[in-house]
Ligand binder design. Structure first.
Ligand code: UDP
Length: 471
């Protein structure tokens, strides 16, 4: 008789390349290390060209399916990203249930994994009779601790977090000043806040375990606590850093960024990028340009058309900028900096850039994928957080572990220049950050090797999928 088909996992990716990329990496790891195949399930609302190209570049062990479009026109204009994703996910439960039932007919479906805003989709998996259900949390243990604490914080913290007199101290975590706490928690009257409390409750009850894209060395405090089983929440497995591989990208097409980097000295360039959807308000974009120029450092900057605060949705759902971003740069900037800087519109092959020997720093919005990629390639960071959990990440990286220097809140050109210079060549804080990042790079790489902490954590999860399986 023929051998049984490989174990198969369905994974739900909520909108945003920042969610899809790490899930796809998890799927690749499951295929290469454990012989498990995957179907990545995506939302119709995110069927962008960037996403389609990404999905079609994945190895054959990973297929993809799109859920049907959902009408969200009844939601108020300007609804938060978290609200849109959570609503869309909830409304897709019936469609997802039938998709999973169909998948059971053609594959040996052993588990279902949903990402951070997909907690409600675990109900679809339960209805379809998929017994092992997980949350994959693409950000870190600090944020997870906060979300797991939300039902309790909601009942005990009166008023807004930003009005707290002291930083919020959660078990094992770096204290987070109220104004730096997760963006969707900053206005309790906004439905996004309610959704996050709801997800916190679901995280506690619904999954068998929570897989987190982080590693112990970068946040030892919460790792120690969450790795231990505790009543009222699932076990947590740090399985990261899972980052995008650079090799799959078409090596034959010349890349202007890499060609330019090839001509720059070792560790001399600061890479400046704000993730897949981040953009600065026009005034800050200008100060950043002038700050980079003033710093005297070489730079490679991915520019996007400016966005006013809170209007990131459009970029986030489709990474291509709609307007010409160069039109917003200060007069003469490109010409004046042409010997030291390269400015590219919308998108750069970030992994190739971070892996390049000429890259010596990363001015980042602190999206968690960017942070992990920076650590894996040993690139120290300047933290310039924008939205989501990025301010929290900036606190943890700069005041906690010491892998970044944060740009002062005023965001003036002099301060930007001084921060960039300190990171690249400073003997005080800069030197300490560069040394810490080298240490974290080592820990990140060791953990993923056979027998390392992250590899062992994932193996422990996967072993359960085939043991005692009813044939
Ligand atoms: N990315 C990239 N090129 C860009 C911008 C982003 O390759 O110009 C990739 C980046 O390497 C990372 C992801 O997109 O893997 C962004 O994820 P992150 O969590 O940093 O930020 P988000 O996009 O979720 O804000």
């Amino acid at each position: 008789s023929s051998p049984p088909p490989p174990p198969h996992v369905a994974m739900l990716a909520t909108p945003g390349m920042g969610h899809l990329i790490p899930l796809a990496e998890l799927a690749k790891r499951l295929a290469s290390r454990h012989g498990v195949t995957t179907t990545l399930v995506t939302f119709a609302s995110t069927a962008s060209a960037t996403q389609r190209a990404f999905l079609s570049s994945l190895p054959p062990a990973i297929s993809s399916l799109s859920l049907p479009p959902v009408d969200l026109s009844d939601l108020p204009r300007g609804a938060a990203i978290e609200t849109l994703m959570s609503e869309e996910c909830l409304r897709l439960v019936p469609a997802l249930t039938s998709l999973l039932l169909d998948l059971k007919k053609t594959t040996r479906l052993v588990a279902f994994v949903a990402d951070l805003f997909g907690a409600d989709s675990l109900d679809a998996a339960a209805a379809a009779g998929v017994e092992r259900r997980y949350i994959f949390f693409p950000t870190n243990l600090h944020v997870l601790t906060l979300i797991l604490s939300l039902p309790e914080l909601d009942a005990t913290v009166a008023g807004e977090f930003r009005d707290l007199a002291e930083p919020l101290r959660l078990p094992g975590c770096v204290g987070i000043p109220g104004e730096d706490i997760l963006m969707p928690l900053q206005d309790k009257t906004n439905p996004a806040y309610r959704w996050m409390v709801h997800h916190g409750q679901k995280y506690r009850e619904a999954p068998e375990a929570i897989l987190v894209n982080s590693f112990d060395a970068v946040e030892p405090g919460p790792a120690k606590i969450l790795r231990q089983p505790a009543p009222g929440r699932p076990v947590v497995y740090p399985i990261g850093p899972l980052i995008q591989g650079g090799k799959e990208e078409d090596a034959s097409s010349p890349c202007p960024c890499v060609e330019w980097l090839d001509r720059q000295p070792e560790k001399s360039v600061i890479f400046v990028s704000f993730g897949s959807g981040g953009a600065l308000p026009a005034e800050q974009m200008r100060e950043l340009a002038l700050g980079l120029e003033l710093s005297g450092q070489r730079f490679l900057w991915v520019v996007r058309s400016p966005s006013d605060e809170g209007t990131v949705n459009e970029n986030y759902y489709d990474a291509q900028s709609k307007k010409d971003p160069f039109a917003y740069l200060p007069e003469g900037f490109i010409e004046r900096t042409k010997d030291v800087g390269l400015v590219v519109p919308s998108w750069a092959p970030q992994i190739k850039v971070l892996a390049h020997r000429a890259t010596g720093g990363f001015l980042t919005h602190c999206g968690w994928n960017s942070v992990l990629e920076s650590l894996v390639y040993g690139v120290p960071m300047v933290a310039w957080p924008l939205f989501a959990e990025q301010r929290q990440n900036a606190v943890m990286l700069s005041e906690g572990i010491g892998a970044a220097i944060r740009v002062p809140e005023s965001k003036g050109r002099e301060k930007i220049a001084a921060t960039v210079r300190e990171l690249m060549e400073g003997e005080g804080k800069g030197a300490a950050v560069r040394a810490k990042v080298a240490e974290l790079q080592k820990a990140a790489t060791e953990g993923l090797k056979e027998g390392g902490a992250a590899a062992a954590a994932l193996a422990e999860v996967v072993d359960k999928w085939t043991v005692g399986e009813k044939c």
